[in-house]
Ligand binder design. Structure first.
Ligand SMILES: Cc1ncc(COP(=O)(O)O)c(C=O)c1O
Length: 398
């Protein structure tokens, strides 16, 4: 019989996990994985208290829309809980095709493919198309799913400073002219709330024959006509080869999609491991996204309220002297500059029953430790007043 004492050092990986400093700190300060016990719109029950959610990606506030909820329920009754298989095998259903066609039409694309997570879609949106020997130009602040896609592709990556046209131009000038090239951008950078300078960035690489991939997880539903996204906002639909995004934000569901020309989407279905070997999007999630997409086009007041709320919220933060990293969108960071200040601010907001998320280095650049907040169309005037009081209190606690 093996005694635990003797076998203690025989599994270095186990020891590494047990001694992990980052995990120890996370458990000590407990800022993440905080369970919410109940929710109704922007109001949540957490830690025995009623709070306002100020960190949700439910930008248009559709996750509690009665039509969305009813669509999810009806789809489950019709199709069961899960397709229990990959699209390439037993998991393809009529509702996937219907959602893909609807999304493609909305976005002005020939075709679309939906996955069970936005992370999968955005990773696949890069990894399916780039390969060893290619050169990828990547904004330094890309979301981790895009970095995972880049790594999986085995292409060589060249980073440029966040949203910097000058740096992209400089980096691009050093590249071998022969290698196939890809440019990877986000439409809206959610940690910063910045809109990508797409026209200028594309102009900086216009002679390089770059295949362009845009992750518009936070621009979709928020920018452009009826929320068609960041490239619609700039009128540059034809310039982007692959558009990928998540359905867990404005579409009030989970899952993601990749949209492009028909030949590019069929190529993805042939070559992307994430697409071939992962179980398909569930019936209820597809139905919720599909109904949210209808609502986006038929009930414009959600979009209008979101823009109004975002403006009011940013103005309120500025009036308190807070640094919002020049956010232009409903994703609004509050930059505090050190992890101690971020922690104090986050705690003060919790005390005042406002739920936010702390983001500290290395998740953000050094000196940019921040509180992530996001405003929704569902925040009422009363919510905004309570948020303003809490922010004023947190400022005093710094
Ligand atoms: C820019 C971006 N891309 C992709 C994703 C992944 O989407 P999901 O959470 O739906 O998997 C996220 C989610 O936070 C994101 O912010």
């Amino acid at each position: 019989m093996a005694f635990p004492f003797f076998s203690k050092n025989t599994k270095p990986i186990l020891a590494r996990c047990r001694d992990d400093h980052a995990t120890e700190m996370r458990l000590k300060y407990n800022p993440y994985y905080r369970p919410i016990d109940a929710q109704q719109g922007t109001h949540i029950r957490h830690d025995g208290r009623d709070m306002i959610m100020l960190a949700s990606n439910d930008y248009l506030g559709l996750s509690f829309h009665p039509k969305v909820i009813e669509a999810g329920r009806a789809a489950m009754l019709q199709w069961g809980a899960s397709p229990t298989g990959a699209r390439s095998a037993n998991g393809s259903r009529a509702y996937h095709i219907e959602l893909e066609e609807k999304l493609a039409a909305f976005l002005g694309r020939e075709a679309c493919h939906v996955h069970a997570a936005g992370y999968l879609s955005c990773m696949a949106g890069v990894a399916a198309y780039a390969q060893k020997g290619d050169l990828i130009l990547a904004d330094k602040n890309l979301h981790s799913c895009l970095w995972d896609g880049i790594r999986l592709s085995h292409a060589t990556v060249e980073r440029f400073s966040h949203n910097s046209v000058a740096d992209l131009r400089e980096v691009a000038a050093t590249l071998s002219p022969d290698a196939p090239k890809m440019l990877v951008l986000e439409g809206v950078y959610s940690m910063e709330g910045h809109i990508a300078k797409i026209p200028e960035l594309l102009a900086a690489v216009k002679d390089l024959g770059c295949f362009t991939v845009l992750d518009d997880a936070h621009g979709f539903g928020v920018l452009g006509r009826q929320g068609r996204g960041t490239i619609d906002h700039f009128g540059l639909n034809a310039e982007i080869d692959i558009l990928c995004a998540s359905m867990s934000k404005s579409l009030a569901s989970t899952g993601g999609f990749v949209a492009g020309s028909r030949d590019l989407i069929e190529y993805l279905r042939t070559h992307s491991k994430h697409t071939i070997f992962s179980a398909a999007l569930s019936p209820s999630q597809a139905a919720c996204a599909s109904t949210a997409l209808d609502i986006i086009q038929t009930e414009p007041h959600h979009h209008e309220r979101l823009q109004k709320n975002a403006q009011r919220y940013r103005a309120m933060l500025h009036s308190l002297g807070l640094d919002t990293w020049e956010s232009e969108t409903p994703a609004v960071p509050i930059v505090l500059g050190s992890k101690e200040r971020a922690y104090r601010f986050w705690q003060a907001l919790l005390e005042k029953n406002i739920f936010t998320i702390m983001s500290i280095a290395p998740a953000v650049p050094p000196g940019k430790d921040l509180i992530r907040t996001a405003i929704s169309a569902l925040h009422s005037d009363e919510d905004l007043a309570r948020i303003a009081d809490a922010m004023a209190y947190a400022v005093k606690k710094l």
